[in-house]
Design a binder for this molecule. Structure first.
Ligand code: GTP
Length: 185
């Protein structure tokens, strides 16, 4: 049995290969518009409780492998409550890296008895006219910590707020049984 407290804040981290649109997703959420030129890494942002659907303050953390060491990325995984692994739906290699690299890396940096929820995020659906979600169920079966898969577009703002909302929900209303014995920061 796993005893994990429901936190009073939700810390979301975005992982994934370079160029999949992590920074764009964060900035599209915050500004409600898409800009072609984004910085390599978004500043950590805090969304106040009163504008989140679950009324819980939410921190969103971007990762940029060209600006951070892998040790710093590992530290951020350890601090996060939920991990969004982003891939680009038009680039198969970015999806392949989820099982060959990112999910094992996340497991390595989570406590053995408590796997943090993971959301798989297929970004850039504006570039294709089919759904790739069927290719992802196998991953979810192999890795039960995958809470859900979502397709979105930072460019057209499709499912962007839903993606962050789902990440929040994965922490606050976990699918897998998690028993709260006390609150923690
Ligand atoms: P790193 O900083 O290298 O880790 O990349 P990143 O994952 O933060 O990607 P970034 O947000 O910098 O986006 C990479 C490129 O993809 C940019 O040219 C974006 O404009 C573009 N892009 C991001 N999201 C979308 C999207 O939903 N659709 C399309 N068509 N392009 C996108």
């Amino acid at each position: 049995m796993v005893y994990e407290a429901i936190p009073r804040t939700v810390r979301i981290i975005l992982l994934g290969e370079s160029g999949v649109g992590k920074t764009s997703l964060i900035l599209s959420l915050v500004t409600e518009e898409f800009t072609d030129h984004v910085p390599p890494k978004a500043e950590e942002i805090t969304i106040p409780a009163d504008v989140t659907p679950e009324q819980v303050p939410t921190n969103i953390v971007d990762i940029c492998l060209t600006e951070q060491t892998i040790e710093q990325v590992a530290e951020e995984i350890e601090k996060a409550h939920v991990i969004c692994i982003v891939f680009s739906v038009d680039k198969q290699d970015t999806l392949d890296k989820i099982t060959s690299y990112w999910l094992p890396f996340v497991r390595e940096h989570c406590p053995e008895d408590y796997r943090k929820p993971v959301i798989l995020v297929g970004n850039k659906i504006d570039l294709i006219d089919y759904s790739i979600i069927d290719n992802i169920w196998d991953i979810a079966e192999e890795y039960p910590e995958v809470d859900r898969c979502i397709e979105c577009s930072a460019k057209t703002l499709t499912n962007v707020s839903e993606m962050f909302y789902n990440a929040q929900k994965a922490v606050l209303h976990p699918i897998h049984p998690i028993y709260s014995i006390e609150e923690q920061e």
